[in-house]
Design a protein around this ligand. Structure first.
Ligand code: PRP
Length: 208
């Protein structure tokens, strides 16, 4: 049996669809109910829904053999897992954004509001820029508007949130998309089964 951690929400539904098209369907999963774990004994696969940012924790600790999470989570938490495959969905970018009129004169510490402290820290370290991180948990775009920060480091998908709040992209840090990840020990003991899943999902990505 292969245990799969799926990210709850729209991305997770797309990911499940990819598994189903690859021959790992579990129809019960799409029924409206509050169940969290779904098993297809015949296919040897079991899915469970978790918060997107928790997927890598389940996989790293082996409660899930494999899972799918955004590259943002991998960059932020650097879990000790294998990154098998770019699923080419859930695409967006990690960016630095600020008010249109903001210009970084680099003469004082830059105040950076973000959910992604590690990504921001590493990015500015690589540029030898002194920063003060203001860790927030959501609605990051409000921070520069209210003067809490100079810039934000956040995910931009359509750009609508920035636009509607008179902010603009200043720098691109990294492209983001959903990745298939795996527990290291599980891969040692369930190599064939996991390789099969990687192969089938990989064929779908290639053909899409
Ligand atoms: C994310 C991200 C941006 C927004 C970007 O927030 O943090 O706020 O989506 O999307 P867009 O470019 O398509 O407008 P999310 O909806 O996850 O909520 P959050 O404010 O709780 O982070």
């Amino acid at each position: 049996m292969i245990n799969v951690a799926l990210p709850k929400g729209r991305l997770g539904e797309k990911v499940y669809e990819m598994f189903a098209r690859s021959g790992y369907e579990c129809p019960e999963l799409l029924e409206p109910n509050r169940k969290l774990i779904f098993t297809n004994e015949e296919k040897g696969i079991s899915f469970f829904w978790v918060k997107p940012s928790d997927v890598s924790i389940y996989v790293e600790r082996g409660s899930a053999d494999i899972g799918v999470c955004g590259k943002d989570i991998l960059l932020e938490y650097e879990p000790d897992v294998y990154e098998f495959l770019d699923l080419n969905i859930g695409k967006c970018k990690m960016m630095v954004a600020a008010k249109k009129e903001f210009y970084d004169f680099k003469d004082k510490t830059l105040r950076v509001a973000t959910k992604f402290s590690n990504i921001a820290k590493k990015y500015y370290e690589s540029k030898s820029r002194d920063i003060d991180i203001i860790k927030l948990n959501g609605s990051i775009e409000i921070a520069p508007i209210l003067g809490l920060s100079d810039v934000i480091v956040d995910i931009v998908e359509t750009g609508a949130t920035l636009k509607e709040n008179n902010l603009e992209v200043k720098e691109i840090i990294a492209p983001i998309s959903a990745r298939l990840i795996g527990n290291k020990a599980s891969f040692k003991f369930k190599t064939k089964e996991i390789e099969n899943i990687i192969k089938r999902l990989g064929e779908l990505v290639k053909n899409d």
